[in-house]
Design a protein around this ligand. Structure first.
Ligand code: FES
Length: 617
């Protein structure tokens, strides 16, 4: 008997055999989430990336436009559909292939920052008060302030409420905790040896937190998580869309990211044995959208021309006002942004690398879906953001995936192919670094032209080894290069790089290289004039410099001038936590760094077209 339109329908997910009941009309991707199966959704369920493929054994619905656009005929015939496009209307049995599953990926936590003299915002001062007497009936607050040697200080209500009890709990021995000139808390006895804070780098993909001892500057614990907003899209534009079009979307994204920071705090506290009530300050960097979502500020206009942020300058709020589980009167300092698409993470990179105080001119690049670039030195800094697209994160690449277990992350040609797989498993996909390697190596041996065309075997120069020649085959739409044969993979299918993948890489690297070229032009510089090229962020720190130069992603400078600076944004957040002076420097960086809007440059299209070509051998 057919179910009524309102009766729940059952969906079973294989190979787990997990069954859930959902209301008719529920998206299959939501049903999977209900079953605890998280799928790759780089485009946030917009039907663009094609990564949420599932196989429906029986009763597969008619393919929709997105299915037809992104799936091959053979896939459609065997019931493959995009989970974000299927509305469940009847009982289904769905196979979720391994390549569609979301896996935790490598997270970069280390970053190179300058060492700074400790001068934290939150300070502690221990005093022993003279006990009151009939001859000394000063109020407790007056007694405290006089012992602290301060004529006047703003006393937070929370501190005032606890004052009479706390000063008496250890024979009038008390530690006053101050921040930004306010007395925020009191602790019984002498606790000046314990002053802690936590610094966060909120990335679109990953979130890292560092618990710091602010008495001696030591890092006590570090913890990282995948950004839990990912199911709403891999890139900031998808998240903004969700925040602004979905009822309670902004609140949901804000709660997710704060929940993630609280998890990190809990892990760091457990590792270090320090209670969260002893954390009086948190600093936060992130791209401008992440900063807005963290604070719950509407990010809608960042994504619309003329791309204006809700706020640029640094923001201080109480941790409890955003839901952060630190001391109830602890403060959160969100570092300043620069523009709608250049955020406080870039400020953190400049701060950590010391570009704003250096004589030599450097280029700093943080490669991601949006690449952020900065050129300059102490005299002038100019930054831009360029839309590289998600190819470096494995999206829009036929077998692309994040740098997780089963991803090929290194590739070379040594007569035949050789590759490394994360986790030492049979491969199931390629992460962005491997996409660069494969194309760089195919360029080196002459199997790909500077235009990006993958040559048919009979057009390849004699220098191309036979085993490589034999790996180029005709695919459904164009030539493909077989990286791993079907018997070598964990998916049971061959793993290829397609002609279209090469075009996607050209678009991505062209955007970054064009941004760099325009910034250099702004200064009248050639690549050889750069003292250093600094690679920040997770992706930049895993690419191989020679390979990146070979495809023209990085400027042609001697390789030893290209430095990995790790999670420099996180290092900047740590520095700001350790020193008020660094907070002031960050504000100056934000004020002085010029933002160059590439969309407003007449020469961008030409530079982009030039940069899409690969360098001649
Ligand atoms: S196509 Fe479904 S998540 Fe991108």
């Amino acid at each position: 008997m057919p179910a009524s339109a309102r009766d729940p329908v059952r969906v079973t997910f294989e190979p787990e055999g997990r069954t859930v009941s959902v209301l008719p009309g529920t998206l299959l991707i939501e049903a999977a989430g209900k079953a605890g199966i998280v799928l790759e959704t780089p485009c946030g369920g917009q039907g663009v990336c094609g990564k949420c493929r599932v196989e429906i054994n029986r009763n597969a619905p008619e393919p929709c436009d997105a299915d037809r656009r992104l799936l091959t005929k053979a896939e459609l015939d065997r019931g493959t559909r995009l989970a974000c496009s299927v509305h469940v209307t009847q009982e289904l049995c769905v196979l979720v292939p391994i390549a569609t599953r979301f896996f935790e990926h490598k997270i970069l936590t280390d970053g190179r920052g300058r060492s700074v003299a400790l001068h934290p915002t939150v300070t502690k001062q221990h005093v022993t008060l003279p006990p009151p007497a009939l001859s000394d009936q000063r109020a407790d607050a007056d007694r405290l302030l006089e012992s602290l040697g301060r004529a006047k200080v703003d006393l937070d209500l929370g501190a005032l409420r606890t004052l009479p009890t706390i000063i008496r709990s250890k024979d009038f021995s008390v530690t006053a905790v101050s921040a930004e000139g306010r007395l925020v808390a009191l602790e019984p006895g002498d606790t000046t040896a314990h002053n802690y804070g936590v610094a966060f780098d909120i990335g679109t993909t990953t979130v890292v937190g560092f618990l710091m001892d602010l008495v001696n500057g030591r890092e006590l614990a570090v913890a990282a998580r995948t950004n839990p907003q990912i199911p709403f899209g891999d890139d900031v534009v998808s998240r903004i869309r969700y925040a602004t079009t979905s009822p309670n979307g902004l609140r949901e994204l804000q709660e997710r990211i704060v929940g993630c920071l609280n998890d990190i705090i809990a892990e760091c506290c457990q590792t270090s044995g320090i209670g969260p009530e002893h954390l009086y300050e948190a600093t936060v960097v992130g791209n401008t959208t992440m900063s807005h979502l963290f604070l719950g500020v509407d990010p809608e206009f960042i994504a619309q021309a003329p791309y204006v942020a809700g706020f640029r300058r640094s923001v201080n709020v109480l941790g409890r006002d955003v839901g952060l589980r630190i001391h109830p009167h602890g403060v959160v300092h969100a570092l300043p942004n620069i523009a709608g698409f250049v955020g406080s993470d870039t400020v953190g990179v400049i701060l950590a690398a010391g570009m704003h105080g250096a004589d030599e001119r450097a280029l700093a690049i943080d490669i991601g879906t949006n690449g952020e670039l900065v050129v300059g030195n102490k005299d002038r800094l100019v930054t831009c953001s360029t839309a590289a697209g998600p190819a470096f994160e494995g999206a829009r690449i036929r077998f692309g995936m994040r740098a997780a277990d089963g991803a090929i992350d290194k590739f070379i040609i040594n007569h035949d192919v050789q590759f490394n797989v994360i986790g030492n498993l049979p491969p199931r996909g390629l992460c962005g670094t491997a996409v660069i390697d494969v194309v760089a190596e195919l360029l080196r041996v002459g199997a790909v032209e500077a235009t990006g065309r993958l040559l048919p075997p009979d057009e390849m120069p004699a220098s191309v080894p036979d085993p490589i020649r034999r790996r180029v085959v005709q695919g459904e739409k164009a030539l493909e290069f077989i990286i791993a044969r079907k018997e070598e993979t964990s998916t049971g299918g061959a793993l290829c790089l397609t002609q279209r993948d090469i075009r996607e890489l050209q678009l991505a690297k062209g955007a970054i290289a064009a941004g760099a070229a325009i910034l250099l032009k702004e200064f009248g510089l050639e690549p050889k004039d750069l003292g250093h090229v600094l690679l920040a962020g997770a992706f930049g720190n895993f690419i191989r410099r020679n390979m990146a130069k070979r495809i023209g992603l990085l400027p042609d400078v001697p390789t030893d001038r290209i430095l990995y600076i790790g999670n420099a944004a996180g290092a900047g957040a740590r520095m700001a936590l350790q020193s008020r002076r660094c907070k002031e420097e960050a504000n100056r960086i934000s004020d002085c760094t010029e933002y160059l809007e590439l969309a407003g440059r007449a020469d961008f299209q030409q530079e982009f077209t030039n940069a899409m070509m690969f360098p001649e051998a």
